[in-house]
Design a protein around this ligand. Structure first.
Ligand SMILES: [Zn+2]
Length: 140
């Protein structure tokens, strides 16, 4: 029985490989199925190199997606309680952008607290101003 390489078409005479496709939803009754390819040694080497690049690229894309998600999460963590859930530089999802967002959020928290203090300090003064306006019947 002769088997040809499904990639180059040559008759396979030495050790070779079988390559399976990812599971495909091809049959509702039997479920997932895979496609089988016979691959000669030369084509296997090329295929393996392509596969390594392909898988590395997918992993890098997934990493970048998670890093962007981390930045988005950090931008919403703007309380003293929520910033405790931040990731540190050892986490693979930490990036310089993540660190920059954390610095900006810390600044936002500090300014918000200063604004709240200023509001509290002005409250008695506003009350006095309102009382004065009502008694004199003036409007500004
Ligand atoms: Zn081949």
């Amino acid at each position: 029985m002769k088997i040809n390489c499904d990639k180059c078409g040559k008759v396979i005479e030495q050790k070779a490989a079988l390559v399976f496709s990812p599971p495909e939803k091809s049959d509702i009754v039997k479920g997932d199925a895979v496609t089988k390819f016979h691959v000669c040694g030369d084509c296997w080497i090329l295929f393996y190199q392509w596969l390594e690049v392909e898988n590395t690229t997918k992993a890098e894309v997934e990493l970048h997606i998670m890093q962007l998600a981390a930045v988005s999460t950090a931008s919403a963590q703007n309380t003293h309680t929520s910033v405790k859930d931040r990731i540190d530089k050892n986490n693979p999802y930490w990036t310089q952008a993540y660190g920059d967002v954390c610095v900006a959020i810390d600044r936002e928290i500090a300014w918000r607290e200063r604004a709240e203090c200023a509001e509290a300090a002005l409250r008695p003064l506003r009350k006095l101003m309102c009382v004065g306006i009502v008694e004199k019947g003036e409007r500004h």
